[in-house]
Design a protein around this ligand. Structure first.
Ligand SMILES: [Zn+2]
Length: 201
């Protein structure tokens, strides 16, 4: 019974993770409440810029500004190019960067293996990781997938895939809350897990 543009806005907000129809309706009516507000326009512009102004790094699959050839981490000459830390999502990378405790490069998988959700190795940037390792300059791969069933399964799979290569494969130390997400771990805990990383075998 709502005007079509209102219903459409509610439908779109509802597609976001963690936003149910009630929250979507509340957000929509919040935007409508003050017709003088610049927020709806700002929101629309930010979303357009979000997509047109960003791109994925072709090396590590981190986010970067569009027009860059590679992300600032891959580009930096200060980073240790012999260590690659493998994470599920860009936000996990951001959490590790915030600890200032990791000097190496990253590789963003784009998720974790999940039979339930139908996510297979082909859906993740695994082939691309192997290609980077094959190149020969990498000495250590740190598996920093989330402490969850999917994260563990992904790490085990990666360990198998990396075993033919003459590199050290390590996993973040236990101590991160199981079922949690790296991006929500506090810096201290994350740094300790990084420093205490262990060989996988
Ligand atoms: Zn990169």
């Amino acid at each position: 019974m709502l005007p079509e543009p209102i219903q459409e806005c509610i439908n779109v907000f509802s597609r976001l993770p963690g936003v149910g129809p009630k929250t979507a309706a509340r957000l929509t009516f919040f935007l409508l409440r003050d017709r003088e507000s610049d927020l709806p326009q700002k929101l629309a512009e930010a979303l357009v810029e979000l997509m047109s102004g960003t791109d994925t790094c072709p090396i590590c699959f981190n986010m970067m500004s569009s027009g860059q050839e590679q992300c600032s981490i891959c580009e930096s000459q200060q980073r240790d190019r012999e260590i690659i830390c493998v994470v599920e999502e860009p936000l996990d990378l951001a959490a590790l960067e915030a600890t200032s405790g990791f000097p190496g490069l990253y590789h963003v998988l784009g998720g974790a293996l999940s039979p339930v959700e139908g996510i297979t190795p082909d859906d993740l940037k695994i082939k691309e990781l192997i290609e980077r390792v094959k190149d020969g300059s990498v000495k250590e791969v740190i598996l920093a997938t989330n402490p969850s069933m999917e994260g563990d399964a992904t790490s085990m799979y990666l360990q198998q895939q990396l075993s033919p290569y003459d590199i050290r494969v390590t996993r973040l130390a236990r101590g991160l809350p199981m079922g949690g997400d790296l991006e929500y771990a506090d810096q201290h805990t994350l740094l300790r897990a990084l420093m205490g990383r262990q060989e996988m075998d």
